[in-house]
Design a protein. Structure first.
Length: 308
């Protein structure tokens, strides 16, 4: 199932309501997650992806203003600005300013919630701030370090914040391969051994994938990447059972790395933990995601669940 809500049934129900123009259940799932920053970030992003093509966020904010309405509006405005930037639309500047204002409004309503600041971090790739990097990075790439540091004071291991920050340094957004490698290594090494943030170098590896490079698909078989994947499998993967909801995207990156490293036994366990749910990344970086995922699952001796 290519559902970003995965087994978060309350979120899936809220997404259905949002798609039909109703926001009460969206308010409930966001309010319930006020103290769980990871869930609040994920839910607000998924809901925003459903609401972005309608006027629901604006209408909710006008009819019943509050922290949850302001957060969804910030997320929707963020997505719209990023989408326009990605297609080179001249409206991106105006939409980015709207999104920035929306993020600042949401942050004022719940100052301890890092989510509006994470949305601002996502927008940073549009204006490319150049704060100096801290010591410890070989390339010392400038970037939105001050904003990132503020988020870390609110939530030191915030998953989306780390991924948004890393993406700032991707080549496709104006960064470089050397900078993204450096940042991925720096962030993962400072994270606890059992943290999903140890996956960041694997994310950078997929981002840097060049199918025309010599022996490109053999990269994951190199000792350093086998060690990375197996370390995550041993230290983080056992913790997944304690998650409130299945972290499908993180599991997908781990399963992919293990599969590419010819560790089918371990990959099979990770696929099994995902249940019937799937994410398009990282598979879409290698071709049609359904074809790539089907191939990987079958190589690991697993059936392919019917899409639903």
């Amino acid at each position: 199932m290519w559902s970003p809500a995965a087994n978060d049934r309350a979120l899936a129900h809220a997404c259905m309501d949002v798609s039909t123009g109703r926001y009460l259940s969206a308010h409930e799932v966001l309010r319930e997650a006020r103290e769980d920053f990871e869930v609040r970030a994920h839910r607000s992003l998924v809901l925003a992806s459903v609401a972005a093509d309608s006027d629901l966020a604006e209408r909710w904010l006008a009819e019943e203003p509050g922290p949850e309405a302001a957060l969804l509006w910030a997320r929707v405005a963020m997505l719209r600005a990023l989408r326009m930037a990605d297609v080179g639309d001249r409206r991106q500047g105006a939409l980015a300013r709207i999104a920035q204002t929306a993020c600042e409004r949401a942050a004022k309503l719940l100052p301890d919630d890092p989510t509006p600041w994470v949305a601002q971090l996502a927008l940073a790739r549009l204006d490319r701030p150049r704060d100096p990097a801290p010591q410890g990075l070989l390339t010392a790439p400038p970037g939105p370090w001050y904003l990132f540091a503020h988020i870390l004071r609110l939530a030191p291991w915030h998953r989306e914040a780390h991924h948004r920050f890393l993406s700032f340094f991707f080549t496709r957004y104006g960064g470089s391969s050397s900078a993204s490698w450096d940042v991925a290594a720096f962030l993962s090494q400072r994270a606890p051994a059992d943290s999903s943030l140890r996956l960041l170098p694997l994310v950078a590896l997929v981002e840097d994938y060049n199918p025309s490079a010599l022996l490109a698909d053999r990269t994951w078989e190199q000792p350093q990447w086998i060690t990375t994947a197996m370390g995550i499998y041993r230290n983080w993967f056992p913790r997944v059972a304690d998650y409130r909801f299945t972290p499908v995207l993180d599991l997908a990156y781990l399963a992919h790395a293990l599969f590419m490293a010819n560790r089918e036994f371990e990959a099979r366990e990770v696929f099994t933990a995902m249940g019937p749910y799937a994410s398009r990344m990282p598979w879409s970086a290698f071709g049609d995601p359904e074809d790539q995922l089907t191939k990987a699952r079958r190589s690991c001796g697993l059936p392919v669940p019917h899409d639903g």
